[in-house]
Design a protein around this ligand. Sequence first.
Ligand SMILES: [Mg+2]
Length: 261
Amino acid sequence: MTKFFFQVALTFLLPLDLIAQTNPAAQAAKDYTIAVAWQQHSGEYRALSFQAYNFAKLSLQERLKGADASKPNCVVVDIDETVLDNSPFQGHEIQKGLSYAAKDWSEWTAKAAADTVPGALGFLKYAQTQNVETFYITNRDQADYKATLSNLQRLGFPYADDAHLVVKQGTSDKEPRRQQVLGKYNVLLLCGDNLSDFSNVFYREGKNTKEEVDKAQQEFGNHFIVLPNPMYGDWEKLLYKGEHLNETQRAQQRIEGLKSY
Ligand SMILES: [Mg+2]
């Protein structure tokens, strides 16, 4: 207990670098700083996001030409780091000396304060003018449902309603939810920051990720629109050999996993 109060007191009183020196987990969480800084401050992050959605628009125009006329058309998008930017949450966690705490994530999503990923709103509004609906398939929880809808609606995202927001249903596997949409719609393209937003072959079937990406190379910028997210993703799992590593162990695995010469 004394140790706990000591740590709380330190959190309020000490500058960040001193927190990191006295708390190894905080030191490990600092690994994420450059990724969050890049997303928040670089022009390149914005440019890549616009590039992704410019490709999305071109691809949509092409795909509309060959679409099955017997079904309505849609695009499927992920939410986090695809249409909403959660980098303020990630920044908040690093400043607290953490990489992620579920309680803080709920606090952040409840604020409905995330901004748009550059280009996302313009693209989805364009799709709407072409009678292309948007389905938001996200691994946010049911508990975050109302605030997520309100965040999307506040920013003016089209089809931000009960019929089009699909949150996590027991499993983080998006394939069953994709199949539900595919049964009724032509899914003209999918947008995501994580390859699992497109297909399970990349991370969820035990295959070699890079080989699967190479096999699918014609799909990117075409059927699969990829957004940049340097902060987190399924890619991290490739580095961590073990399910229940703590933050310090994960940091060690990151160092050990680096290619060098
Ligand atoms: Mg995402």
